[in-house]
Design a protein around this ligand. Structure first.
Ligand code: NI
Length: 156
């Protein structure tokens, strides 16, 4: 496994729409392993492939509802969400910035695993938020587009 460099806002890779994964091969496995290592080292809760410069629909996240289990999501789609609530959000690609956005408190995602098998998974709170945030990265969107108001974390 190897650490990958996390790109920051302003890098054009973060604004591109990612292509679906079609080959469930060793290259995908290496990407997922590297993304997990990079995420664990970063202190964040989710990482999308474009954040490490790969324009493919791949996400890794930590399910904080389930002992921080690492969840690999290939070609993910959020298929259900409940009503939105205002919550604070940040992003590894936007270091030091936090802001209020509207996110569901519960969501369901459909995705493939590293072998191509489809599954569904539900998440509450920060996990539901993460499902939305990470899939938006795959379409070239950053949370800063949705911020209602920035938060100064040092003063709160
Ligand atoms: Ni992010």
């Amino acid at each position: 496994m190897a650490l990958r460099t996390i790109l920051t806002a302003g890098d054009e890779m973060l604004q591109k729409k990612c292509r679906p994964v079609t080959a469930f091969d060793d290259r995908l496995a290496t990407l997922l392993d590297d993304m997990t290592e990079t995420l664990l080292q970063s202190g964040g809760v989710g990482l999308a492939a474009p954040q490490v410069g790969v324009l493919r629909r791949v996400v890794v996240l930590l399910d904080i509802n389930k002992d921080e289990e690492v969840v690999e999501l290939v070609n993910p789609e959020v298929i259900e969400m409940n009503e939105l609530e205002k919550t604070v959000e940040g992003c590894l690609s936007v270091p030091g910035k936090y802001g209020y956005v509207m996110r569901p408190t519960h969501a369901k995602i459909r995705a493939q695993d590293r072998h191509g098998n489809w599954f569904e998974r539900e998440g509450d709170g920060m996990v539901a938020q993460c499902f939305c945030h990470e899939t938006e990265h795959l379409d070239g969107h950053l949370f800063t587009e949705k911020v209602l108001e920035y938060v100064d974390m040092e003063q709160e």
